[in-house]
Design a protein around this ligand. Structure first.
Ligand code: ARG
Length: 456
């Protein structure tokens, strides 16, 4: 198609290197959508007759149907999805087809297709993220009273409600959704009319094209528009961070499902066994998610590396953007779907978790607060409780089993009511500040999220 100035055929090996249709064919809907809008603008500029426009539209819609049905034969020698569709159109309708590419380059065309594609994926991924949050909130509501130890440094720190733990991930994913919406604003700019680099001498009404394709804004610099891939990098970053969040949750669940913790059972439907060890049941969804996160981060780094050395403007290197972003989108959607389903079937052993959370040492901080409320400066109180904990370990007697007299050796501010501190239920009602995990707060958060997610 483009060989006007060439005297030799492209080498077969060159074709294999050059072709992108084997992966960019999936942009076909957006390519056709964009071409129809472009054709309408050409007609508005009197570069096409009404009849030619109608031939183009009918031709393109016919091709779209065939591609969707899987009956369209793509030709790798035509390189990419854009040229495959255009060549076929011209074969079918003749002269009118040959006018379609007027005032357009594949450089602005591919930028448009990619923006339309990503804009659509933003909507789909947002829906999956919302469903994922719902699954977490449902789980929190199902186990609304369950406590477990909260960990720092993977050491038991303080008791928390399981729902509070899950709501932490709901918050992370909410921020992922905000980032996605933010990235979408910059994806949502119309680049067509930028041509190859310097637009065109043929005037096209870009605002009209933007309106047809529902873009609220136009790109403002043709050189930037054909070479910018920030919007792809942002999408890849958002997805990498979604992956990182899911990978952290995976790590929690892998630990909690181990025999060492025994806090949770993952359903058989989302586990596999070992080919050798009959007793094994593995948390594969979590492990695969953790593993795929490496890929999501890799795709981001790969695109940034492709772009970093490019002189203005379009360079063929940019063809490498697509496989990275297709892969991140496919993997993220797959993981979100399976993971949400797995979460809905998790079974927590609230008894084992309660037992682990009932270790009185987890309330040592509450005991320090007790002394503070009885007038001791916190640093002194911290030191006194530290001494007590060491003493109880040496004595091999738990904190609640020490006598008042023993307590008073560490501070004269202890009163007989100190033993109330070790009531777990009571401890769970005490953390009332905004964002703190009191039972009342967590219940209110669960309600609030439920209502918010219903609205979305
Ligand atoms: N297949 C190309 C890509 O994915 C389309 C743009 C080609 N432009 C060019 N001047 N060769 O980037």
């Amino acid at each position: 198609m483009l060989r006007g100035r060439f005297q030799q055929e492209t080498a077969a090996s060159m074709q294999r290197l050059s072709e992108s249709v084997s992966f960019d064919w999936r942009l076909f809907r957006f390519d056709i959508l964009g071409s129809i809008a472009h054709a309408k603008a050409l007609q508005k500029a009197r570069l096409l007759t009404v009849d030619e426009l109608s031939q183009i539209e009918t031709g393109l819609l016919g091709i779209e149907k065939e591609i969707a049905a899987g009956t369209f034969a793509f030709r790798p020698e035509l390189e990419d999805v854009h040229m495959n569709i255009e060549a076929e159109l011209t074969k079918r309708i003749g002269a009118a087809g040959a006018k379609l590419h007027t005032a357009r380059s594949r450089n602005d065309q591919v930028a448009l297709d990619l923006r339309l594609y990503l804009r659509n994926e933003c909507t789909e991924i947002r829906a999956l993220l919302i469903d994922f949050q719902r699954a977490l909130v449902e789980l929190g509501r199902k186990y609304s009273n369950a406590v477990l130890p909260g960990y720092t440094h993977l050491q038991r720190a303080q008791p928390v409600l399981l729902a509070h733990h899950f709501l932490a991930y709901v918050e992370m994913i909410e921020r992922d959704k905000e980032r996605l919406a933010d990235a979408r604003q910059r994806i949502n700019r119309m680049p067509l009319g930028s041509g190859a680099i310097a637009a065109s001498t043929i005037p096209i009404d870009r605002a009209y094209v933007a309106q047809l394709l529902d873009f609220p804004e136009l790109t403002r610099n043709s050189m930037d528009a054909v070479s910018d891939r920030d919007f792809v990098a942002e999408m890849l970053f958002v997805l990498a961070l979604v992956g990182v969040h899911l990978s952290r949750l995976s790590e929690d669940l892998i630990l909690f499902a181990s025999s060492e913790f025994k806090f949770v059972k993952i359903s058989d439907a989302y586990s596999t066994g070992s080919s050798l060890m009959p007793q094994k049941k593995n948390p594969d969804v979590c492990e695969l998610t953790r593993g795929k996160t490496g890929r999501l981060i890799g795709n981001l780094v790969s695109l940034l590396t492709v772009v970093k050395g490019l002189p203005m403007t379009y360079n063929r290197d940019l063809q490498e953007d697509k496989e990275a972003v297709f892969d991140s989108i496919d993997q993220t959607k797959l993981v979100l779907e399976v993971y949400a389903a797995m979460i809905r079937e998790l079974e927590f052993d609230t008894r084992v978790m309660q037992q682990a959370a009932s270790d009185p040492a987890l309330l040592a901080t509450d005991l320090a607060d007790y002394l503070v409320l009885h007038g001791l400066p916190f640093r002194q109180s911290h030191e006194a409780i530290g001494g007590l904990v060491a003493y109880s370990q040496k004595e091999q007697r738990a904190l609640p089993d020490l006598s008042l007299e023993e307590y008073r050796r560490f501070s004269d501010r202890f009163e007989p009511d100190l033993y109330q501190v070790f009531q777990l239920d009571r401890a769970m009602t005490k953390r009332v500040a905004l964002g703190a995990p009191s039972a009342k707060n967590v219940a209110a958060q669960l309600e609030a999220w439920d209502a918010k997610l219903r609205e979305q």
